[in-house]
Structure formats: C-alpha cells, structure tokens
Design a protein around this ligand. Structure first.
Ligand code: ADP
Ligand code: MG
Length: 256
C-alpha cells in the first residue's frame, strides 16, 4: 500500500462488476447442469445469453439470485458474495429484478396493485410513495392508462410490461430476464423488446433470449452457452455475426 492509499483508506471497488461468476458448478443429483461457468457483467452493461434449450441458461440466472443454490463456485452481485453462507439472501434478492417467461402477476390485483404490493410489504414503503413509484414505472413501460386494469384484461405483451414495471418499482441494481418474450404471440414481442431496448440505457441487464435481432442491436456482449459451459463470448457482431465455434454456428443456423 502506498502512503497515499493509507491516507485515503481502502480504495473503492473500481472494477464496476454488477455480476461476477467464478467456477460456478450446479448439479441436480447426478446431472451436472453447469460445468464451471466464469462470467462478468459490468455495471451498465447489457449482456445476452443465448444457447440451445437445456444448456443451463435458466439455471445460471437462477444461481445469480439464489433461486438455485450453486453446488460450488462463487457468485458476486455488486461486490457482495451471494454464495457466502452468511449472506442476507433477501437483501441480495431485493437488489435484483427478475422477469420470467411466465408473467406471474397476481390475478386479483390491478396493474397498480401488482406494482405496489412488494414495495409496501418488502420495502415498507407507504401507500402514497409506492403508488408514485408504481405510476412512474407504468409510464416507463408505456402503460399509464392501464393502472386500474386487471391482468386478465391485458394482452400478454402488456402483462409482461407490467411485470417489468413491477421489477423496476423495487429499484433494482440489476435486472435478469429469462426469455421474457418466449410465451408471447409474435405480434406482441416487439412492444416488450422496445421497452427493454429503452431500459438498456438505464439498467444493467442479463438477458436470456432467442431474439437474435435484439441481441445484435442491444447487447454489449453476447454469451453462447452449450451443455453447461460458455462456448464463446464477445461483441454481438462477432458471436452472432461471425461465430468462431462450430457449435455456435449450428445453433445460429437453427434460430436465425
Ligand atoms: P435452459 O434454460 O438453457 O433451457 P435449464 O437451465 O432450464 O436450461 O436446464 C438445464 C438442465 O437442467 C436441463 O437438463 C433441465 O432438465 C435440468 N434442470 C433444470 N432445473 C432442474 C431441477 N430443478 N431439477 C432437475 N433438473 C433440472
Ligand atoms: Mg430456460
């Protein structure tokens, strides 16, 4: 340590990593699903994960917010080691927004109710503040006029945009998306992608998707996974445009 560093105290974390995954293994019984994953997502970055069904993409996302417990390896979120046995898991999850293929809205609550319930119960916000935050986020996803509408009266694309707004209302440092448009009719996919495209400038995002045009246009980096391992990663124009590995090429030939 130099004299100046001693004087200034511990240097701040300047790596800026939102997610750091090192040597991540995950098995379900005898089935080894993740075989040693190393990835980093920097703050502000948008990283898309692509790969065949069953390659472990969802398991990777679920290990980041501990919906699955890693078998071994280290996962850090914003510098906090979430794989530390003593970590405050609820505290970590609160900092991570997650959007799934299925929208999982509460059917008996309006759009506004869906956005305020966790803010009030988990973050302890009062009604007025929770509603103000909810309205701001409904505006961000273009659904201001739907605040009093129930999920059943919304299209799939609108429901997914409510789910995104709900996650944003918790003020996450990081958003995880697991095939957010895969359950949608094709004509509804574009609205959801447009919302995500706008968010890309504001939020760190790790997105599992089969939407190659989204990955090409929005991602800073693309990670191709196959059989529980990262096969290649790099800028989209390289991984999607000029893949180096035969497995990436054959996957892209099937989805493009
Ligand atoms: P992807 O999202 O890339 O399609 P997943 O991460 O969902 O892949 O699954 C990877 C593998 O792990 C698959 O073979 C799947 O059947 C298996 N798997 C996922 N979750 C579980 C679980 N809870 N128990 C047992 N096997 C699982
Ligand atoms: Mg999946």
């Amino acid at each position: 340590m130099t004299g100046l560093e001693k004087f200034m105290g511990t240097p701040p974390d300047t790596t800026g990593a939102a997610i750091e995954v090192t040597g991540l293994h995950k098995s379900f019984g005898d089935l080894e699903v993740l075989k040693g994953i190393d990835i980093t997502v920097r703050r502000g970055e948008v990283v898309c994960v692509i790969g065949p069904s069953g390659s472990g993409k969802s398991t990777l996302l679920r290990c980041v917010n501990l919906l699955e417990e890693p078998t071994s390896g280290v996962v850090r979120v914003a510098g906090v080691e979430v794989t530390d046995p003593d970590v405050d898991i609820d505290g970590v999850r609160r900092r991570i927004g997650m959007v799934f293929q299925a929208f999982n809205l509460f059917p008996h609550l309006t759009a506004l109710g869906n956005l305020t319930i966790a803010q009030r119960r988990v973050l302890g916000r009062g009604k007025a503040e929770a509603e103000e935050v909810a309205r701001r986020n409904l505006r961000r996803v273009g659904l201001t006029e739907k605040e009093h509408v129930y999920p059943a009266q919304l299209s799939g694309g609108q429901q997914q945009r409510v789910a995104i707004a709900r996650a944003l209302s918790m003020g996450p440092e990081l958003m995880l998306f697991d095939e957010p448009t895969s359950a949608l009719d094709p004509e509804l996919v574009g609205d959801v992608l447009a919302v995500m495209r706008r968010l890309a400038d504001e939020v760190t995002m790790l997105v599992v998707t089969h939407e190659m045009s989204f990955a090409r246009e929005v991602a800073d980096r693309v990670i191709f996974m196959d059989a529980g391992a990262v096969v290649e990663e790099g800028p989209p124009e390289q991984v999607v445009g000029e893949p180096r590995h035969a497995r990436t090429r054959s996957f892209l030939a099937r989805v493009l």
